[in-house]
Design a protein around this ligand. Structure first.
Ligand code: ZN
Length: 345
C-alpha cells in the first residue's frame, strides 16, 4: 500500500504539537516525545534537500500511526486503481515501466527473457498494463520468465497468479511473506485484488536471481511487511552502466508496532550502506509517487544529447534518500516511543 495522501504543512505542524498527548498504553510504557520527533523530521528534511522531497512521505501526519480501517480499504483501492493509464516507458535500455499511475511494474529485459518486478492489482491490470505495455514497447509477455513480488500485499501480487497460469514463470518472494500469504486471514484483502499466486520460489537476503546475462541481488528490507524485498541490479544507458535499487515497500500502515518501525529504519540504513559500497546511483520504488516516475519519465522524453539521465540521482542522492526515509520513520516512531526511535541512532 502507498503511504497516505499528502496533507498540508499546517496539519503536519499541529500533529507534531499533539504528540505530547500521545501516551501509548502497554507493558513497555512507551512514551511519545514531540521534540524528538521534530528533531528527526529536521534531519530528514536536511537530507532530502530540495531535490528529494518524495523521500519525506512518512514525515506527514506525525503522531498519527494507523492501519487502514476494514471498511475503508475498498473505497481507497477503487480510487487508486482508477487514477487512469500510465503509458509504458523504456527508462533504461534494459528496464521498462509497465505499471499504472498508482503502482509500479518494472520489466527487466535480459538476454533470455524478462524478469518482472511486481504484478499490479489483478488479472485485468496484468493484461491492460503489463501485457499491453510490453507489447507496445516491442516485447513479448510470453518472455516473462521470473516474477519477483516485493511483498504480500495485493497491489504487488494481485496480477501474479494470472501471469503464472498464463506463462508459467517462476514467482519469487521472501519466505517470510509467502508465509504471510498462507495465513488464514490476510493483513489486507479486497475483491479488487486477485488471489495470491501459488507458492513458488522463496528467497532470503543476499540471494541472487539470474536470467540470461542479468543478475538481481535480493535485499531483504523488512518494515512495511515482515519480509519485504527489493533488488539491486545493473541498468544501461547507452554505453553507461548504472546500478539501481528498487525499494520494496514504504507505508507505515501497520499501527504502532515499534519493532516494525525499527526494522524499516535498519532496512534504510542497510541500503544506504550498500549504495556507498556498491555505487548504487539509481533509486526506484514500486509506487511511482515514491520515486517520481512520472516527472522523471517526462524529463526523459525531452532529454537532449548530453543531458544527464533523470533517473540517475547519484550515489550521494541514494544515500540521502535513504537517510531522509529513515529519519521520517524515526520521527513517526518517536511520536509513540521516543526511546525506541533514538535507540537506533
Ligand atoms: Zn504494501
Amino acid at each position: 500500500m502507498a503511504a497516505r495522501m499528502a496533507r498540508g504543512t499546517a496539519a503536519f505542524v499541529s500533529a507534531v504539537g499533539a504528540i505530547s498527548l500521545g501516551l501509548v498504553a502497554g507493558a513497555s510504557a512507551a512514551e511519545g516525545n514531540a521534540e524528538v520527533s521534530a528533531r528527526h523530521v529536521a534531519a530528514a528534511q536536511e537530507a532530502a534537500g530540495d531535490d528529494l522531497t518524495l523521500a519525506l512521505g512518512n514525515c506527514k501526519d506525525i503522531g498519527k500511526t494507523f492501519v487502514i480501517p476494514e471498511g475503508k480499504l475498498h473505497g481507497m483501492l477503487e480510487k487508486l486503481t482508477t487514477l487512469g493509464p500510465r503509458p509504458p516507458v523504456t527508462v533504461f535500455d534494459n528496464l521498462h515501466y509497465v505499471g499504472t499511475k498508482w503502482v509500479s511494474a518494472w520489466a527487466i529485459e535480459t538476454s533470455d527473457g524478462i524478469i518482472l518486478f511486481d504484478a499490479l492489482n489483478n488479472a485485468k491490470e496484468a493484461k491492460d498494463y503489463i501485457e499491453a505495455g510490453l507489447e507496445e514497447l516491442g516485447l513479448d509477455p510470453a518472455d516473462i520468465k521470473k516474477i519477483i513480488v516485493a511483498h504480500a500485499h495485493g497491489d504487488h501480487y494481485g496480477g501474479a497468479k494470472y501471469l503464472q497460469d498464463t506463462y508459467g514463470p517462476e514467482v519469487i518472494m521472501s519466505a517470510l511473506d509467502w508465509a504471510e500469504l498462507e495465513k488464514p486471514e490476510l493483513q489486507y484483502a479486497d475483491e479488487l485484488w486477485d488471489a495470491p499466486p501459488e507458492r513458488d520460489v522463496a528467497v532470503d537476503d543476499g540471494d541472487t536471481v539470474t536470467l540470461g546475462d542479468t543478475t538481481a541481488q535480493i535485499v531483504l528490507m523488512p518494515g512495511h511487511t515482515v519480509g519485504t524485498i527489493g533488488i539491486v541490479f545493473d541498468v544501461m544507458d547507452g554505453d553507461e552502466a548504472h546500478k539501481a535499487v528498487i525499494w520494496g515497500g514504504n507505508g507505515l500502515n501497520f499501527g504502532p508496532d515499534a519493532g516494525r518501525f525499527l526494522d524499516m529504519m535498519h532496512s534504510a540504513d542497510k541500503v544506504r550502506e550498500m549504495a556507498a559500497e556498491e555505487g548504487i546511483d539509481v533509486f526506484l520504488s514500486n509506487h511511482p509517487g515514491t520515486d517520481g516516475t512520472d516527472e522523471k519519465a517526462e524529463r526523459l522524453a525531452n532529454r537532449k544529447d548530453g543531458d544527464p539521465h533523470p533517473f540517475v540521482i547519484g550515489t550521494d542522492g541514494v544515500e540521502r534518500f535513504m537517510t531522509a526515509l529513515r529519519e521520517c520513520v524515526a520521527a513517526q516512531l518517536a511520536s509513540f516511543d521516543a526511546e525506541a526511535a533514538d535507540s537506533a541512532d
